[in-house]
Design a protein around this ligand. Structure first.
Ligand SMILES: C[S@@+](CC[C@H](N)C(=O)[O-])C[C@H]1O[C@@H](n2cnc3c(N)ncnc32)[C@H](O)[C@@H]1O
Length: 213
């Protein structure tokens, strides 16, 4: 049975200083995904640097950002107004809920998951977003040839993701398998808050690109 606890998310919903929750982002709230369009989902969009970059790259493509973090979602809304980006929609909450409630099968062309919460303690690994269950779920919503872009700076998460990719190799091809392509190239990829944090901490983010077969 699906209830609210099915979609429970750990972590912050609003910033420490944000006492008044002014959900401006609701003005561009996602209702349903139109599967005739080229749809990109930015999962765990944080402050939305990636959403805005992707939306600016091609205004014919729809970018849906999905997170529970209100300050970040309001930031995306603000930037979309300043830059007149009409191709951004927002879903507040768990990506599993978004898929269940707003998406049809074969409707998504690209997925971005940049620096998902690493949950470094072993007893919290089960909270991690990217696991076999995630791939099994998202598979049916992806169009043929759709890509999934992942990046993390957590070694244990990289190993978990690689093991999972091996387990789902029947359905997904790993496109950037050579060592030189694993680096997070900030000339091309979005410089998000957590990308900058990784660099500041001397970490080397690992980038993975997959294609649905
Ligand atoms: C570490 S932050 C990274 C933010 C941003 N991508 C960046 O690189 O700066 C991870 C974000 O993922 C969100 N998140 C975690 N699990 C999620 C889920 N199942 N669905 C949607 N968002 C999720 C969190 O709320 C958080 O804002």
């Amino acid at each position: 049975m699906i209830n609210n606890s099915t979609y429970r998310l750990y972590g912050r919903t609003k910033g420490r200083k944000n006492k008044n929750v002014n959900e401006k982002f609701l003005q561009i709230k996602l209702k349903n995904i139109d599967n005739k369009k080229y749809n990109i989902i930015d999962v765990g969009s944080g402050f939305g640097e990636s959403t805005v970059k992707l939306a600016k790259q091609d205004k014919n493509k729809i970018v849906i950002c999905c997170d529970k973090y209100i300050d970040g979602l309001n930031n995306v809304f603000k930037k979309s107004q300043i830059d007149s980006l009409e191709n951004i929609y927002i879903f507040q909450g768990n990506v599993h809920k978004m898929l269940d409630e707003c998406c049809k099968e074969n409707s998504i062309s690209e997925v971005w998951i940049l620096f998902p919460d690493p949950w470094p303690k072993k007893r919290h690994y089960k909270r991690r977003l990217i696991d076999q269950n995630f791939f099994t779920k998202i598979k049916k919503y992806l169009k043929y040839g759709a890509t999934i872009n992942l990046a993390t700076d957590s070694k244990s998460y990289i190993f978990q993701i690689l093991r999972t990719i091996y387990n789902v190799k029947k359905d997904f091809a790993w496109l950037n398998q050579s060592k030189s392509e694993w680096d997070y190239d900030s000339e091309i990829l979005p410089e998000t808050k957590y990308y900058k944090k990784a660099l500041k901490n001397g970490l080397n983010p690992f980038y993975i690109k997959l294609k649905k077969l």
